[in-house]
Design a protein around this ligand. Sequence first.
Ligand SMILES: Cc1cc2nc3c(=O)[nH]c(=O)nc-3n(C[C@H](O)[C@H](O)[C@H](O)COP(=O)(O)OP(=O)(O)OC[C@H]3O[C@@H](n4cnc5c(N)ncnc54)[C@H](O)[C@@H]3O)c2cc1C
Length: 290
Amino acid sequence: MKPAPFVYFAPQTVDEVMDLLRQYGDDAKVLAGGQSFIPTMSFRLAQPEVVIDLNGVEGLAGLREVDNGLHIGTMCRQRTVERSPLVARRAPLLAETMPSIAHPQIRNRGTFGGSLAHADPASELPAVVSVLNGRFRIRRQRGEDWVAADDFFISLFETAVGPEDLLLEVEIPDLAPGSGWAFQEFSRRQGDFALVGVAVVLELEGHVCRQARLALLSVGEGPVRAHLGEAALEGQPMGASLLQRVAEIVAHQDIDPPADIHASKDYRRHLAEVLTRRTLSQAVARAAAD
Ligand SMILES: Cc1cc2nc3c(=O)[nH]c(=O)nc-3n(C[C@H](O)[C@H](O)[C@H](O)COP(=O)(O)OP(=O)(O)OC[C@H]3O[C@@H](n4cnc5c(N)ncnc54)[C@H](O)[C@@H]3O)c2cc1C
């Protein structure tokens, strides 16, 4: 199908975008890489009267080092993040995750911020940015806000970015010394949306876990933090039996996955248990090698 008719604007500055968003409010949508938005318009699931194209807007696509980590502009292409030596050095979990997102052609157009603002529960980046303790810089009609990942993802396809707001960039802080990290997912074919995925960051002191952050994708209405699993890890010495117990807690207590045509609830629980155990083992090994 073809999209319903709409009025197209191609602003060049953030101020112009904000003026258009104020003027058209709920009737307008911004266009980033278009890899999710254009299909939803073509299926007429979205019928905005006004489309505001961000592709010509200055200053939204940067990727730079700051004292405590990285700032990634919302329009930075996913492929740029994937190939960046800066990202590989300062945010290796992110670098490891990027190839799991869709296909290279989609990552060439799809943007870092577009994926996060879209907040598809099957997307990798919301879960990974959550465990990395990312922060989101949002331009509001009155000023700007920095929002923590825990407060950014609200519900199904809903974030702290309101209809008249614009996501500007994302801060990815450095990992604490002694951290281990891992991401794994299972999909039927390379490039498909995953049936389940798990991202983890562990801060260890010797063999003992000081802090754990664990999040899953494709098991709820957004990235799902595994708070019970995290609590079971913290303060404990790492060992195979603990990791197995935590994997069971995550799969059977932290999540209540949906059943759909792709997988049953039980199968998603099984994947969550296996992937949690594997990512935890990998993260412990990486922390020990640090
Ligand atoms: C075949 C296929 C397979 C895919 N597989 C995966 C996958 O495995 N994993 C995955 O994560 N994704 C997957 N995707 C989605 C892809 O990663 C998209 O690029 C991404 O979800 C959206 O990014 P975008 O830049 O294309 O945003 P767009 O599609 O342009 O926008 C998406 C939404 O976010 C809003 N938005 C965008 N930028 C901003 C901003 N700065 N401020 C406020 N709102 C904003 C838009 O208004 C729109 O509502 C797939 C897509 C396709 C077509």
